[in-house]
Each structure stands twice: as structure tokens, then as C-alpha cells.
Design a protein around this ligand. Structure first.
Ligand code: SF4
Ligand code: SF4
Length: 348
């Protein structure tokens, strides 16, 4: 990895160099009950871009896995169906200021949707079209990324910025990022910069107040499959699906095929779905394999913390805490995991 340092005044120049592309970053969305709200959106003016944001309400997912996406359209021409596929690609998109949880979430999604036996060409096309600038953050009271090993990002970005006071310490991972930085006034980091970088890392580590004990978690989940704890969480869960909506790594979906009444046109549509919704496991004929709320919430946790670990030796949860913040029933990952371990509470 190559390291560089540039003064904070150069950030706008970096933005200008990249602004020939579409730009996505965190913007202010007003004030909520617990403080300022932020979300990812298209940026048209450098002044709207925030690098001092706390966790965004939603993840980046809507840019890569839109809630509704047309996979293909069909038109009857000369008594034959003509298929048309549009990957909905535009100019490359620069994602400016992603935190480590969201970078790691993309790395995890890649394993299933890009690097698997059956890659998703719609996801892969958008993923290839990205330029990622990461930025360091300080943990919020609900962040448990450290427990999930996602408080740092080793790959999955073009460059990564860490605020070290008057300057940014830059980790450079790609040739195109190196080209951009070369156009700015920059220098090699010295010993003082290294020390400042390490101080920021240490301060971040000390600020974590939320933890999840992941020791032997896959085994414990196997042992506690029949635990009464799941029934308790099932009684609380409203089956609203909000947790999957805000989660950066939930990717379950359904596909419907609609044919116009005159049989001249048709569309194949993909729609993101949540495994907590009541009809998630309902099949033709009306049978529902998971009619009870507690079985649906349980399987959501088993996919994140057991099934994915078995397949890829890492959890599908990045510890961003968004699901807990958004849940109207106050269901949080640290509390669910603690209860399955036979413990209460999650802090400390
Ligand atoms: S957001 Fe909360 S209430 Fe809604 S489905 Fe998820 S766990 Fe259940
Ligand atoms: S399950 Fe919750 S904490 Fe884990 S990645 Fe998804 S939204 Fe974040």
C-alpha cells in the first residue's frame, strides 16, 4: 500500500478532479430525536458533502441493489418475443467518504453476488463502475463493528482518508487513486504523521462502548436453535422488514414476471425482500414454511451469523447497528446475541 498526506484545503481539489463523474456521499437530512441525521445521496456541490457524518440511516445498497429493478423487458415482434436487458449503468460513480463498515459490507456482498458460481451481472456491472474513497470515523454508541472485525478496511477501496488534524493521511490502493492524488499538493508521510495516524486509531478503539461476544457463536447458535429466547424476540418483532431495508448486507429478493393483457409486452422485475416479512417463505399453494415471527427472526440471525460464516468463514453482519437504530421494537443485534448466550445487556 502507498501512503501520502495532503492538507485539508486540497479536499475540494480532489472533489473537483473527480466531479466529472457522478458523486455520492453523506449529506445532512435534518435533526432526529437523537441528533443530526445523515444519508447517502447524489452530491452536486462540494459544500453539501459531509465527512464528519455519523452512521447514515440507510446503507449504500440502493445504488447497487435497488429496491425494485427491471431485469429484462420483452416485446412481441413478428410473433417472436424479443428480449432486452439494460444494466442501468451511467457514468462511473464516485462514493466519497465511506466508513469501514460499508466498505466491508460491499466486500461481503461481492462474495455472493460477484465472486460466486452464479454472479449477478446487474450487481457486478454497478460494482465495476465504482470509485471508492473511504474515510475514518469515530464509533457511535450503537456501533459494534470492532466485534465483527470490520472497524478497519484492508481492501475494497481506491483510497482511504484519515483525519490527522490539518491534513488527511491517505492509504492508496489503486493506480487511478494514485493518479488523482498526484494532481494534488501531497507529500510522503513522516514519523509525526505515522504517530498521528496511530493516535487516531487508538482513540477510535477506546471509544467503542457496544460489543458482541462472537466467540464460538456459530456453535452456540447450533446448540441454542430451540432456545426460548427466539420466542421472546418473535413476540416483540413487528415483521416490518425495516431491519433488512437499512442493512448493508441483506440481499434477499424475489422475481416477478408480468405480462401485459394484450400479450405484446412483458417485464421481469426483481424486488428486494426481507426474511422477516410474513410471506417470505410462502410457496405456491399457500404453504408458509415460516409462518411464525420467531422462526423468521431466528433465520435472519442464522443467515448472518451462522450460514454465511460456514460458507465464507466470516459473518454477514458488519456491526453498523443500523437495524437496531431503525427497529420500532428496539430489537438490537447485541441484545439478541447476548440473550441467546444466556446473558442480558450488551455494553461494557
Ligand atoms: S425492524 Fe425490528 S420489528 Fe421490524 S422486522 Fe426487523 S426486528 Fe422485526
Ligand atoms: S444486521 Fe444490523 S448491524 Fe449487522 S450489518 Fe445488518 S444492519 Fe448492520
Amino acid at each position: 500500500m502507498i501512503f501520502r498526506v495532503f492538507a485539508k484545503e486540497e479536499l475540494e481539489n480532489l472533489y473537483d478532479i473527480l466531479a466529472v463523474n457522478h458523486m455520492v456521499g453523506a449529506v445532512s437530512k435534518g435533526i432526529g430525536t437523537s441528533g443530526p441525521l445523515f444519508d447517502f445521496d447524489f452530491i452536486y456541490d462540494f459544500k453539501d458533502l459531509r465527512l464528519d457524518f455519523s452512521t447514515t440511516i440507510h446503507s449504500l445498497k440502493r445504488f447497487l441493489l435497488p429496491p425494485v429493478e427491471t431485469l429484462s423487458t420483452f416485446e412481441m415482434q413478428k410473433e417472436t418475443w424479443q428480449k432486452h436487458v439494460d444494466y442501468n449503468l451511467s457514468k462511473p460513480i464516485v462514493y466519497f467518504g465511506l466508513h469501514t463498515c460499508d466498505i466491508n459490507a460491499l466486500n461481503k456482498l461481492d462474495k455472493v453476488l460477484w465472486g460466486s458460481v452464479y454472479p449477478d451481472p446487474f450487481y457486478a456491472a454497478k460494482r465495476k463502475n465504482m470509485f471508492i474513497i473511504g474515510s475514518n470515523c469515530m464509533p457511535q454508541p450503537f456501533c459494534f463493528c470492532k466485534s465483527m472485525g470490520t472497524d478497519t478496511a484492508l481492501h475494497g477501496f481506491d483510497m482511504f482518508l484519515t483525519d490527522i488534524g490539518d491534513s488527511y493521511f491517505v492509504e492508496i490502493e489503486s493506480a487511478r487513486a494514485f493518479d488523482c492524488i498526484s494532481k494534488l499538493k501531497n507529500r510522503e508521510p513522516d514519523v509525526d504523521d505515522h504517530n498521528l495516524f496511530m493516535q487516531v486509531t487508538e482513540a477510535k478503539t477506546k471509544q467503542f462502548s457496544c460489543h458482541v461476544d462472537t466467540t464460538d457463536l456459530t456453535k452456540i447458535l447450533d446448540m441454542e436453535f430451540q432456545s426460548e429466547a427466539w420466542k421472546g424476540w418473535g413476540e416483540k418483532c413487528l415483521s416490518c422488514g425495516t431491519c433488512a431495508n437499512v442493512c448493508p448486507t441483506c440481499y434477499c429478493y424475489g422475481v416477478t414476471e408480468n405480462v401485459d393483457l394484450d400479450l405484446q409486452k412483458a417485464q421481469k422485475i426483481k424486488q428486494l425482500y426481507s426474511c422477516n416479512l410474513i410471506d417470505f417463505a410462502q410457496v405456491s399453494g399457500g404453504h408458509n414454511f415460516r409462518p411464525e415471527s420467531h422462526s423468521r427472526i431466528k433465520y435472519r440471525y442464522y443467515h448472518k451469523h451462522r450460514g454465511f460464516v460456514e460458507a465464507f468463514e466470516e459473518s454477514l453482519c458488519v456491526g453498523c447497528g443500523r437495524c437496531g437504530v431503525s427497529c420500532l421494537a428496539d430489537i438490537t443485534v447485541p441484545e439478541v446475541i447476548a440473550s441467546v448466550r444466556g446473558k442480558e445487556g450488551h455494553n461494557g
